[in-house]
Design a protein around this ligand. Structure first.
Ligand code: GRF
Length: 202
């Protein structure tokens, strides 16, 4: 697998920025070959442009999922992407897209999966009253937030937490573990047994 990353995002882009920072600091051996957003106004796209990275907006309005994903695949292939990283990408991917990149699509989710999949995971955790939540980097399969887990970090929920304070502490861990999971996958330092991702030390 080559180490050219294709980042898909829909919004703020802080996870993308953290990955980019790691690469710039020489702590992640990868390059960001393109950043694609389905939302032209996504702040993450503007950050990519400021950093001189190829940044594309492909609006999804009026297109069915398969047609849209074909456009995405065309761009990812044109940029010779080795690994697709979803970073706050707010669309489901088609089965055809997922089959095109087997074990080469990662996602970050702000909970300890399989708890609290889907939208508003931090809110779900607060409302449920769990003492610990966190974040997960996993391979993307055809179900929502369900593929094999590569990396997780635990974040305690404090009594005084609000959605904002809890989300902020989870985000710090997201930024750390996403790059670690990318390195594990790019370096092929794992094998999969059933659903378990077993990692080899560096
Ligand atoms: C993060 O909380 C991530 O876990 C979730 O969407 C959010 C994206 O944030 N999938 P950002 O755009 O990376 O700042």
């Amino acid at each position: 697998m080559n180490n050219r990353l294709g980042i898909l995002l829909s919004g703020r882009g802080s996870n993308f920025q953290a990955i980019s920072d790691r690469i710039l600091a020489g702590r992640l051996n990868a390059s960001i070959a393109c950043v694609i957003s389905n939302r032209p106004e996504a702040p993450g796209l503007a950050i990519a442009r400021q950093r001189g990275l190829p940044a594309l907006s492909i609006p999804s309005r009026g297109l069915d999922r398969e047609s849209y994903d074909r456009l995405l695949l065309d761009q990812l292939r044109a940029h010779d992407i080795g690994l697709v990283c979803l970073a706050g990408y707010m669309r489901l991917l088609s089965a055809a897209f997922i089959r095109a990149y087997p074990l080469r699509i990662l996602n970050i989710h702000p909970s300890l999966l399989p708890s609290f999949p889907g939208l508003d995971a931090q809110h779900q955790a607060l409302v449920h009253g769990v003492r610990f939540t966190g974040c997960t980097v996993h391979f993307v399969d055809e179900d929502l937030d369900s593929g094999p887990i590569i990396e997780q970090a635990v974040v305690p929920v404090e009594d005084g937490d609000t959605l904002e304070t809890l989300s902020a502490r989870i985000l710090v861990e997201e930024h750390r573990i996403y790059s670690e999971a990318i390195a594990t996958v790019l370096e092929g330092r794992y094998r999969i047994e059933g659903r378990r991702v077993l990692k080899y030390p560096r």
